[in-house]
Design a protein around this ligand. Structure first.
Ligand code: HEC
Length: 145
C-alpha cells in the first residue's frame, strides 16, 4: 500500500512538472507573438495607410485562394485582374459591392462562370469584414491597372 502511494506521488509530480513546462512554452509563445505585433506596428507607422491596405489586400488575395482562379494578366478560371479592372473602370463598377453580393457581375456574365464566383461569395467572402473587402478591392485595382 505504501509503495502504491509513493508511486502515486511520483506520478503526480511528473504530471505537474509537465504541466509547468507547457505553461512555460505557452508563455514563451505569447511573448514571441507580442514581439511580432510590436515589430509590425512600428513598420506600419512609417508606411502610409494606403501601403498598409495594399499589403493587406495582397495577402488576402493569396490567403483567401483568389489566386487559384485570378492571375494578373491571363485568364485562369476567372478573368485576369487586368480585365476586371478595365471593365470596372469603364463601367464605374464597385468591386466591394460585388464582393458583398450587392451588385451583379459585369466582367464575365456567362451564367456558368457567374455561378463559380457566386459560390465563393456565398461560401466565405460573406464572412470577411468590410475592411478586408476594401483592402482586396484596393489591391486588385492597384495590381490590375
Ligand atoms: C474557383 C475559382 C474562383 C475563385 C477562388 C475566385 N474567383 Fe473571382 N471569379 C471567378 C470566375 C469564374 C469569375 C467570372 C464570373 C464573374 O464575373 O462573376 C470571377 C469574377 C470575379 C470578379 C469580377 C466580377 C464581375 O463583376 O464580373 C471579381 C471582382 C472577383 N472574381 C474577385 C475575386 C476575389 C476577391 C476572390 C477571392 C476572395 C475570388 N474572386 C476568388 C472565379 C473565382
Amino acid at each position: 500500500m505504501k509503495k502504491l502511494s509513493i508511486l502515486f506521488i511520483a506520478l503526480a509530480m511528473i504530471a505537474t512538472s509537465c504541466g509547468d513546462k507547457k505553461k512555460e512554452d505557452v508563455k514563451k509563445d505569447v511573448e514571441q507573438v507580442n514581439e511580432e505585433v510590436v515589430k509590425e506596428s512600428t513598420t506600419t507607422d512609417t508606411a502610409s495607410d494606403k501601403d498598409t491596405q495594399l499589403a493587406m489586400g495582397k495577402k488576402l488575395f493569396t490567403d483567401k485562394t483568389c489566386t487559384t482562379c485570378h492571375a494578373l494578366d491571363t485568364k485562369v478560371i476567372g478573368p485576369s485582374l487586368k480585365d476586371i479592372v478595365k471593365i470596372y473602370d469603364e463601367k464605374s463598377g464597385n468591386i466591394v459591392k460585388f464582393l458583398k453580393g450587392n451588385a451583379d457581375a459585369i466582367v464575365d456574365t456567362d451564367p456558368g462562370q457567374v455561378a463559380i464566383m457566386k459560390a465563393n461569395l456565398d461560401g466565405f467572402v460573406k464572412d470577411m469584414s468590410a475592411e478586408e473587402l476594401q483592402a482586396l478591392s484596393a489591391y486588385m485595382r492597384d495590381a490590375g491597372k
